[in-house]
Design a protein around this ligand. Structure first.
Ligand SMILES: CC(C)(COP(=O)(O)OP(=O)(O)OC[C@H]1O[C@@H](n2cnc3c(N)ncnc32)[C@H](O)[C@@H]1OP(=O)(O)O)[C@@H](O)C(=O)NCCC(=O)NCCS
Length: 281
C-alpha cells in the first residue's frame, strides 16, 4: 500500500473523495459524463481544441446481443475460441473507477481476466479513473500508475512517516500536498506494447502506438508512435490532414454491422475508401 492511501483519508468527504476531488466528482456526475478528460489531441502539447469527450455512451457500440455476422460479441470475455489468453477487458473489470470500451482486449497467457491487477495505486478515496476507449490492444504487462502512488515531495523527506502511526501520524500531509494529475485516458484503437507503463493523468490519443517497454509520462498525440523512457514521439503514423479526417470519421463509433461490412476499409490506408464507407452509413 502506498503512503498516499493513509494520507488522503484525512481529507475525505462524505463521498469518500477529498474536497478538491469531491467538487470535480460532482461536476462530472452532473454532466453525466464519464470523463472530462479529452482524447483526440492534435498535438502533444495538450491541445484539446478538437477533442471529443470519451463518455460512457461512446464506449459501447450497442446495448444488446449480436449475431456472429456482426463480428465477435464484445460481451464475450474470450472471443477467440480456444485461446483464453485474450480477454475483452470490459467483461472482467469490477472497479467502477476503471471504464473500458467495447472490443478492447488484454492479452496475457497467465491471467487475462485480471487486467485490474495492472492498475496500480487506484483508490476510491482519491477518485481518479482509468478510462480506455474501444478497439484497443493491450499487451501483457501493460501497467497504469494512478494518483494514489504519490508521496509528498515538497519537504526534505518523502518518507511516509504518518502511515506507521505510533506517534508518527502527526505529520499527515494535507491533500494539497500531494500531486494530483486527474484521470488517465486512453483513446480508441490504441496499441499498448508489452510492458508499457502509463503514469497518472496521461492522455493517449486515438490511433496511437506505445512501443514495448515505454514509460509514458506525457500526453500522446493521436496516431503517434511513442517509445522509450520517458516515451518520446518516434513518428506520426499519417500526415496531419489525414489524422484530422480520421478523427472526424471515428470508425470505432460505427455500429458493429457497419464495421464488419467495411473492415477492409478500416485496415487499409486509403482515406477515400474509408471516407466512402463512413458516408454509406
Ligand atoms: C514501435 C514499434 C511498433 C515499431 O515501430 P516502427 O515505426 O516500425 O519503428 P522502427 O522499428 O522503424 O524504429 C523506429 C525508431 O523507434 C525506436 N524504437 C522501436 N521500438 C522502440 C521501443 N520499444 N522503445 C524505444 N524506442 C523504440 C527504434 O530504435 C528506432 O529509433 P531510431 O530511429 O533512433 O533508430 C515496435 O518497436 C514496438 O514496440 N511494437 C510493439 C510490440 C509489442 O509490444 N507487442 C505486444 C503484443 S501485441
Amino acid at each position: 500500500m502506498c503512503a498516499a492511501v493513509r494520507v488522503r483519508i484525512s481529507g475525505r468527504t462524505r463521498t469518500g473523495l477529498h474536497p478538491v476531488r469531491h467538487r470535480e466528482h460532482e461536476r462530472m456526475v452532473a454532466d453525466e459524463v464519464a470523463s472530462l478528460a479529452m482524447v483526440g489531441f492534435l498535438s502533444g502539447r495538450r491541445d484539446r481544441r478538437r477533442s471529443v469527450p470519451l463518455t460512457l455512451s461512446t464506449l459501447s457500440n450497442h446495448g444488446g446481443a449480436m449475431s456472429t455476422q456482426q463480428g465477435p460479441s464484445p460481451f464475450d470475455p474470450h472471443p477467440m475460441k480456444g485461446f483464453p489468453q485474450v480477454c475483452y477487458v470490459k467483461n472482467t473489470v469490477t472497479n467502477p473507477q476503471i471504464v473500458v470500451g467495447d472490443y478492447t482486449y488484454y492479452d496475457d497467457p497467465e491471467d487475462s481476466e485480471n487486467f485490474e491487477r495492472n492498475v496500480l495505486y487506484l483508490f476510491p478515496f482519491i477518485g481518479d479513473r482509468l478510462i480506455i476507449g474501444k478497439f484497443c490492444a493491450i499487451a501483457k504487462g501493460v501497467r497504469f500508475v494512478m494518483n494514489g502512488a504519490n508521496h509528498k515531495m515538497s519537504g526534505f523527506s518523502t518518507y511516509p512517516f504518518n502511515i506507521f502511526g505510533s506517534g508518527w501520524e502527526r505529520v499527515i500531509p494535507t491533500p494539497e500536498d500531494l500531486p494530483y494529475r486527474g484521470d488517465t485516458v486512453v483513446g480508441n484503437d490504441v496499441w499498448l506494447g508489452y510492458e508499457a507503463l502509463v503514469m497518472p493523468g496521461v492522455g493517449i490519443g486515438d490511433g496511437s502506438i506505445v512501443a514495448t517497454g515505454s514509460v509514458v509520462t506525457a500526453d500522446v498525440a493521436p496516431y503517434t508512435i511513442v517509445g522509450g523512457n520517458p516515451a518520446r514521439p518516434l513518428r506520426r503514423r499519417f500526415p496531419d490532414d489525414v489524422i484530422e479526417e480520421l478523427l472526424e470519421i471515428r470508425w470505432w463509433d460505427w455500429d458493429p454491422a457497419h464495421i464488419t461490412r467495411h473492415l477492409e476499409a478500416i485496415v487499409s490506408a486509403d482515406l477515400d475508401v474509408l471516407r466512402a464507407a463512413g458516408r454509406s452509413k
